[in-house]
Design a protein. Structure first.
Length: 169
């Protein structure tokens, strides 16, 4: 009997801890939504994704730890754990979490800039070659147009005289 009570007590603590964890994830999700401001369909999709992610640990706890046995008090203590988190921990953790998200965003932005810089450094010789080929082709195109200028002028004169000759007929 003592072992069963101890197991039930540890189970209650585990389920309350799971509720606290889901509350923390919900706070993270709420802060992420505050920063990104998604639209209607993005909100629906992200809500579905959030609850699917939360379903994984709940299923693991209910299936592996309890043995697939869903009891009323386990379902009762999950929202109690979330309520405890929202009542006592959430007001104090929200700002540090927001600051952590800001720092993570800055770090990711810095990594993106480093990646872009590395890609530009790797592609610089190719860009330089394309730039050189572009200048050479523009020069050749201008030279070709310059060489064709007398023929163009001659063709206009010949065409004009041909039209005049044709009108006279």
């Amino acid at each position: 009997m003592t072992q069963t009570v101890t197991q039930d007590f540890l189970l209650i603590l585990t389920v309350i801890g799971l509720g606290v964890g889901i509350g923390l994830l919900f706070d993270c999700y709420r802060l992420l939504r505050r920063k990104t401001r998604p639209g209607y369909y993005s909100t629906q999709l992200s809500d579905l994704l959030f609850w699917l992610i939360c379903t994984g640990p709940v299923f693991y706890v209910f299936f592996c730890i309890i043995g697939g046995e869903v009891r009323f008090f386990t379902l009762l203590f999950l929202p109690i754990g979330m309520a405890l988190y929202f009542k006592f921990a959430s007001p104090y953790l929200r700002e540090p979490l927001y600051y952590c998200f800001i720092q993570i965003g800055r770090g990711l932005r810095f990594l993106l800039r480093v990646l872009i810089f590395c890609m530009q450094a790797l592609l610089y010789p190719f860009r330089l070659a394309v730039w050189g080929i572009n200048i050479a082709l523009q020069f050749l195109c201008g030279l070709f147009r310059l060489l064709l200028l007398p023929f163009r002028y001659t063709w206009r004169v010949v065409w004009r005289r041909f039209r005049e000759w044709r009108r006279k007929k």
